[in-house]
Every structure is written in structure tokens, then in C-alpha cells.
Ligand binder design. Structure first.
Ligand code: RIB
Length: 363
């Protein structure tokens, strides 16, 4: 019923002209309070729903925000979207969600297309390898604000809300080292992504601090998904000597490592310690539960949406880079290494390892 009510019918019911109805709905002119009340009463009683699209076209801006995410099947991203949506909803904005499937060309066409919807602003978690910064700058020149979340594309100097990736990775790696591990491997995300590169930096920093050297084969690049984490873990665990601990730079890849370890009859954490990144809800339910670096997905989204809406409201300030903290959450997938490593293997400074083991015993 609501869809078929027209302005003409409202005008007839209220006993005013269509122009007066339009002025009330679109706030295009001041209408005498008595007439205004009659129009509003008619709108209410007839259940009239104005077309948001038509209104948006008239104002050259809708109450819609565009959001492009790289992978809707990754359980980390819905939390981010939820944060965006909650903030947007409270301000009567609606979110058009696009899933790029980690495909740069799909991402670029979504970003281009969203402009034709006259969105008020755009939020984007860029996909791997995407050369999207140019498209985003085109938004800026059209005065449509953009905020990047979680990762920034090359050459992006605008607003971004990120987490302390390097710090989180450093904490996880230091924890593995404090447990006595020296043969540590890392499975990174796609290193073109800023967050994947930052996490590798954090891992390396912890190793450097403890003067632990690992061979390049202990650094495996994967795709932030379970399958590539599983394949990378198989490669690592078939090496001789194999690592006693693996830091997977997101939880999905850590789940792949758990699966590979199970298939190779390696016990976790007795034969292999595993740490992840994200600390998804599921990490409590794996066997063993997964030690992981928590990053506040919901807050990432909510903070980015608030920043975007400040821009939409016309606030002017220098480009902001907001950095949210990460936190290591210790569960049961990390323990001390099982076997004593023979001197000289795996390009590890064994002396350093013994120092650590001694220190641990003293604790
Ligand atoms: O799990 C997906 C990963 O990619 C997360 O760690 C998040 O930071 C995203 O960039």
C-alpha cells in the first residue's frame, strides 16, 4: 500500500497543492505551520514513503554509504561491517555492501559504479594487489569522502583506520621465543598488503631482538585463507629440520596449519606451537584453542564510519591515520618446544636458544 501512495494523493487528502507537499517533503521552501501539519498528518495516515533515490538525485547526494570488502567468506570482515552499519544506522545512513572476492578488477568496477549511486561516502578494505588509489582520488576530487580500513593501497594519503599490526606480530613472536622456540617460521599474508608486510616486520623485529636467525624458507607467503595456510604449513612441516613454532599472520591460515599438523600426526603444542592473528570467536573452539593476536574488527568499522560521517558533515581537518591497539590472547596452542635441537641445524644460533631455555628455567 505504501509504495503506491503519490504526492498527488497526499495533496488531495491535505487539501493543498502538490507543490506544497513537495516543499514539506524536500524542505525546499518554508510552508505555513498549519498547512505543514496537514501535509504531515496526511503522510502519516496514508503511510507515504518518499523515494530516497529521487531525493538523493535532487540533492546530488543520497543517505547511502558504499562499502567494499575483499572477501565476504572471511569471518574477520563481518565484524568490521557490523561496526560500520551500527554507526551509519544511528545516523540514518544506509550501507551498500560490495564483495570484491579479492579480485582487483571487480573491486575497481564496484568503486567506479558506486559513484553513480551518488553515495555520500565510501569505506574500503582494499583487495590484494589492487591499484585502486587512483579511483579513490577521483572520489576526493568529486568531494565524496573516502576512508580506508585495515589496509591502505599504494600511494594513498587520505584517511585510514588501521591496527597496530607490527606490534601485535611482535608480541606473538616474542611469546613464542619466551617459550623457548628458536626454530620459528612465519606464514605471511600477501606481502603487497600493508598489514601483511607490517606483521612480517613485527615478526622479524622479535627475532632480531633475540638474535635468532632463520632461513628464507621459514618465511612462507600465503593468501590469508585456510587453504594457502594449509599448503604453506605442509611445505614447512616437511622440511628437515622443521620449525617447532609457526606464526600464521591470520587465524584462517592458522586453522590450515592445525589441519596440516593433524594430518602429519604432529601434536599441538607438544610438537608444534601455533599462533594466529585476528583472534576470531572460533579460536576458542579449535582443539587446542588458538593463541592469537586480537584486533578490534568492530571498532575498526565503527571508527572508520564515524570518521567518514565527520567528512560527510563537512568537517575539515588534515588526513587522519587512526591506529587501534592489538593484544595477544594466550590460549592452548603454544607451549615449550619438545625436542632439544642439535647444534648448527636450521641456521639458528643455538647458544641464544640455550640462554633462553636457561632463563625460562629460572622463572
Ligand atoms: O583474516 C583477514 C586478514 O586480512 C585480517 O587479519 C585482516 O587484518 C585482513 O586484512
Amino acid at each position: 500500500m505504501t509504495a503506491t501512495v503519490t504526492m498527488r494523493q497526499i495533496a488531495e487528502r491535505a487539501g493543498v497543492s502538490i507543490g506544497t507537499v513537495s516543499n514539506v517533503i524536500n524542505e525546499t521552501a518554508i510552508v505555513r505551520p498549519k498547512l505543514r501539519e496537514r501535509v504531515i498528518e496526511a503522510i502519516r495516515s496514508m503511510g507515504y514513503q518518499p523515494s530516497a533515490l529521487a531525493q538523493g538525485l535532487r540533492r546530488n547526494r543520497t543517505n547511502m554509504l558504499g562499502m567494499v570488502i575483499p572477501d565476504i567468506t572471511n569471518p574477520f570482515f563481518p565484524g568490521v561491517v557490523r561496526g560500520v552499519e551500527d554507526v551509519a544506522y544511528k545516523r540514518s545512513f544506509r550501507v551498500i555492501l560490495c564483495n570484491a572476492d579479492n579480485d582487483p578488477s571487480k573491486e575497481a568496477s564496484y568503486v567506479r559504479e558506486l559513484r553513480s549511486y551518488h553515495i555520500a561516502g565510501l569505506l574500503i578494505i582494499p583487495a590484494a594487489g589492487a591499484d585502486i588509489a587512483g579511483h579513490l582520488r577521483a572520489y576526493a576530487s568529486a568531494s565524496v569522502p573516502v576512508v580506508c580500513i585495515d589496509r591502505v593501497p599504494d600511494g594513498w594519503k587520505g584517511d585510514a583506520v588501521l591496527v597496530a599490526n607490527a606490534e601485535g606480530a611482535y608480541l606473538a613472536t616474542r611469546h613464542l621465543i619466551q617459550m623457548g622456540h628458536t626454530r620459528l617460521a612465519v606464514i605471511t599474508g600477501p606481502l603487497k598488503l600493508t598489514n601483511a608486510a607490517e606483521r612480517l616486520k613485527g615478526f622479524t623485529r622479535a627475532l632480531n631482538e633475540a638474535r635468532i636467525e632463520i632461513g628464507p624458507e621459514f618465511v612462507q607467503e600465503a593468501r590469508f585463507d585456510t587453504e594457502s595456510g594449509y599448503q604453506a604449513a605442509l611445505r614447512l612441516l616437511r622440511m628437515l629440520p622443521r620449525p617447532t613454532a609457526i606464526f600464521a599472520c591470520n587465524d584462517l591460515m592458522a586453522f590450515g596449519v592445525l589441519q596440516a599438523a593433524r594430518e602429519l600426526s604432529l601434536r599441538c603444542p607438544e610438537d608444534l606451537s601455533i599462533a594466529g592473528f585476528d583472534s576470531l570467536e572460533f579460536t576458542k573452539f579449535t582443539d587446542p584453542s588458538l593463541t592469537s593476536v586480537y584486533q578490534p574488527g568492530y571498532q575498526l568499522g565503527a571508527t572508520a564510519a564515524r570518521l567518514l560521517l565527520q567528512r560527510v558533515d563537512g568537517m575539515r581537518f588534515a588526513a587522519k591515520k587512526v591506529l587501534l591497539p592489538t593484544e595477544l590472547q594466550k590460549r592452548n596452542s603454544v607451549g615449550p618446544p619438545n625436542a632439544i635441537v642439535p647444534e648448527g641445524v636450521g641456521r639458528i644460533k643455538v647458544r641464544e636458544r640455550s640462554d633462553l631455555a636457561r632463563r625460562k628455567q629460572q622463572v
